[in-house]
Design a protein around this ligand. Sequence first.
Ligand code: PEP
Length: 263
Amino acid sequence: MSGSTITPWVVGNWKMNPMQSNAKQLIEEFKQLLQQHPILEGACHIGVAPISVALQNVQQQFLDTNRVIYTVAQDLSRMAGTGAYTGEVSAELLKDSHIEHVLIGHSERREIFGDNVEIVRAKVENALNAGLTIIYCVGESLEQREAGQAEQVVLQQICDITSVVKPEQWHHIVIAYEPIWAIGTGKTASPEDAQAMHAKIREGLCQITAEGEHMAILYGGSVKPENAVELANCPDINGALVGGASLNAESFYKIAQAFANTK
Ligand code: PEP
């Protein structure tokens, strides 16, 4: 099954970077590139995920762009609504601040900050109930891949959230397949391996929901301009979640351009 009619997404995950002045410059450079060579909204959804305190600044800076650039939160609280939860930001508070997209389940959250299945599930449930669109990250470790468990691990991570996704909410979910061993390492899954996993993910999604055929499945893990076209050519790779390369305006622009032109 192919998801090639799906509008691709290219999302930059800035992680705990950069300083505000550098972020401002990065956005200005990116906007300039977009102005010189526009990427049509229908050709590619584009988003950036800055640190939480910069969400609204970044959103403001993109207001005068000739197209929509989504501002994406990198995470949210497992607690819903408002209340005495020091340091937390809920789905409802993001929505109230006009932030409509959020990453959930990034491997750094799972591995470093202890986001286990229950926490990830609660975050997904809260985000969907608040009307946010989720970029749900899944991916196997090197040990799991070498043990031949990659598919099983990834499909289980998708099954982990099915109990909290209502049938009409699946179209608010974008999947990001990010093999952990490829994140920030310079190692990319080969286009063949990535496509094979994406096809399995799509098969799994189609068994869960009729939306599965239309859902975007992004690849993440050392995506750069040099490998973007090859990845974009794979029928079930509907975009990229980009870490390191999104901190350089030209690199990020070229990746978005690769997906916009290829799909
Ligand atoms: C990520 O952390 O989501 C990511 C894909 O990082 P990088 O592109 O740097 O591998």
